[in-house]
Design a protein. Structure first.
Length: 314
């Protein structure tokens, strides 16, 4: 008992508030056995609730998984009469009112945000006059932090002070069974309902979230499928347009080739125009046609009368 008092620091106390329920907020030492903070909570009242506030735990993903497994193990393997619950910062005020909690115990941590939480808690409940006492217990260090002090300037001085007090606190023992026998066993059943309802609510929320997630996944999959179909249709349409254009081009080229092959000479042009003879045509004609020599005038007249065509056929 004397060792326990060395670990306890009273932050707030008001004797005029009656009650018999203690709330232990575990932050650094989340265990039910070999925990001086639990023993101090039992000394205050015969009804003790152990809780963890997740918002106060600043952890990474790996530590978070480890912490979840540990808390689950505490809840499932809790053979003591102390109910274990998990509450959020938003629920703590209503939870204290619901179970008529008059004493709050927190475990000591040197981290700044934990110390700030303690000061805010004391400041709030001093104004409300709802809490009889707020205590802080060093359940982590073998030698209590308050017995070492802050005015240590070197590591050597710290080691010296620790070695001086180490033997005193190293062998401290607590009669756990005597402490746990003081507890009210019926109280645990009433508080466990809160945790069970919370777990069921969380499971239903997870189920609803999974259903919504699946529905969203299906909707997204349908949207992707529709987008894919539209994209395929657009691609097919573009391919058809290109194919039609290419077919038109091919048809146009074939038509040009066909016209070139089957194109007939222009009938408007005379035979003379096609041959493009020179002025001394009359002299050349005597070499091709064995006819009597005629004057140039007569040949021109014959050409005009198209008799030259008949002569060429002969």
């Amino acid at each position: 008992m004397k060792y326990l008092q060395d670990r306890v620091e009273t932050l707030h106390h008001d004797k005029n508030i009656p009650g018999n329920t203690t709330l232990f907020i575990a932050r650094r030492d989340k265990r039910l056995f070999s925990n001086p903070a639990i023993y101090h909570s039992i000394n205050l009242n015969n009804k003790v609730i152990m809780t963890v506030i997740p918002e106060l735990q600043i952890v990474n993903q790996r530590q978070k998984l480890f912490l979840q497994e540990g808390l689950k193990s505490i809840y499932e393997n809790n053979i003591t009469k102390i109910p274990f619950v998990i509450i959020s910062l938003n629920e703590i005020i209503n939870f204290i009112k619901q179970y008529n909690i008059t004493d709050i115990v927190v475990d000591f941590s040197p981290l700044t945000h934990f110390l700030e939480f303690d000061s805010q808690l004391v400041k709030f409940y001093k104004k409300k006059n709802l809490i009889r006492s707020i205590s802080r217990v060093d359940a982590h260090n073998i030698v209590p932090y308050s017995k070492v002090g802050d005015n240590v300037k070197s590591g050597f001085a710290v080691k010296k002070r620790l070695l001086e007090k180490y033997e005193k606190y190293f062998n401290e023992k607590y009669d756990e069974q005597a402490y746990f026998n003081k507890l009210d066993g019926e109280f645990k059943k009433s508080v466990n309902g809160f945790m069970e309802n919370k777990i069921l609510r969380h499971e239903s929320d997870e189920k609803n979230e999974s259903d919504l997630r699946n529905e969203c996944d299906l909707r997204n999959e349908c949207d992707l499928r529709n987008k894919r179909n539209l994209r395929n249709k657009r691609n097919l349409r573009n391919k058809r347009k290109l194919r039609n254009k290419s077919d038109e081009n091919i048809r146009a080229e074939n038509e040009i080739l066909r016209n070139k092959r089957t194109k007939k000479p222009d009938t408007k042009k005379s035979f003379w125009q096609t041959l493009n003879f020179t002025d001394n045509l009359s002299d050349d004609l005597t070499d091709f046609f064995p006819v009597e020599k005629k004057s140039k005038k007569n040949i021109d007249d014959m050409a005009k009368n198209h008799h030259i065509d008949d002569m060429a056929k002969k």
